[in-house]
Design a protein around this ligand. Structure first.
Ligand code: DGL
Length: 285
């Protein structure tokens, strides 16, 4: 009897139809990286949506923040980390950093052949969610000054007023694990108040470190303000890309999650465990 080959079509959010590989699985790990620990906010969404996938996470903490670095410096870091992760047999790469995506994703896609998923501030969903027609965007200086962000505003920010705020120093608070400290709250007040004064009812958390401060940010801006980030959307896009390339893990695979950091802080492992929510294996690179 001839073997039946099933061909499944998937309609993505973007309305595209792709061929999937329903019977093909791949045990290799997914790699995720950020300038530091911020991308753990994205890693959590990935682990929750794809619980059978092995995950590798790299925190380039010694070089954090990326937000005030040149595009050339960020590209060099992205290439070095991608080489490291490909040597660990990564099957797909998530750039869990808005700043690195803006500075380097085009160069990375030109250089490497594995699927690379990046991220950008959630201007589109925020513009759709806003009732006042005024949205705020908290991000790094690098993201806000990038051509990609200008293009994002051009595409999705035309019918709303967009108030942007660079949050210098906030990434460092998260890197130190100061998620509930008074000094972190004071910095958040300073950065959020101008957005509230302008009437923003929806605020985009445009840096992956900021969702890790979500409860404190919500306290600062009040319960009526909607906070939006792109972690869930990135996880869902990753899943579509894995399916499209026949790279999903088997549904009975028991996932390993491994972390690497180059932080010189004695507290680096504790901060990673605190953000991940359970004890983890952290290696140094
Ligand atoms: N977490 C990063 C982002 O999403 C980078 C922050 C930084 O290193 O400045 O932009």
């Amino acid at each position: 009897m001839p073997q039946t080959v099933y061909n499944i079509a998937i309609v993505t959010d973007a309305g595209l139809v792709m061929n999937a590989h329903p019977n093909v699985t791949n045990a290799r790990p997914i790699a995720v990286f950020d300038s530091g620990v911020g991308g753990i906010s994205v890693l959590k969404h990935i682990h929750s949506l794809l619980p059978n996938e092995h995950l590798l996470y790299v925190a380039d903490s010694i070089h954090a923040p990326y937000g005030n670095k040149s595009a050339a410096e960020i590209q060099a870091r992205c290439f070095a980390i991608t080489d490291f992760l490909i040597a660990k047999d990564a099957k797909a790469l998530v750039v869990a950093c808005n700043t690195a995506t803006a500075a380097a994703i085009d160069q990375m896609r030109a250089k490497y052949s594995l699927p690379i998923i990046g991220m950008e501030p959630a201007v589109k969903p925020a513009a759709e969610a806003s009732r006042t027609g005024i949205i705020g965007v908290l991000a790094t200086t690098g993201t806000l000054q990038s051509a990609q962000f200008a293009a994002l505003l051009e595409s999705y920010g035309r019918n709303v007023e967009v108030v942007t705020q660079a949050c210098v120093g906030l990434v460092e608070c998260v890197e130190r694990g100061e998620l509930r400290d008074d000094s972190t709250k004071a910095l958040l007040r300073k950065y959020c108040q101008p957005l509230l004064d302008e009437g923003a009812d929806t605020i985009v958390l445009g840096c992956t470190h900021y969702p890790l401060l979500k409860s404190l940010i919500q306290e600062v801006v009040g319960a009526d303000v909607v906070l939006i980030d792109t972690g869930a959307a990135v996880a869902s896009q990753l899943k579509s890309r894995l399916l499209e390339h026949g790279l999903l893990a088997a549904s009975n695979q028991i996932a390993n999650v491994n972390f690497w950091t180059n932080s010189v802080s004695d507290n680096a492992e504790n901060v990673i465990a605190q953000l991940w929510g359970e004890p983890v294996k952290v290696s140094h690179f």
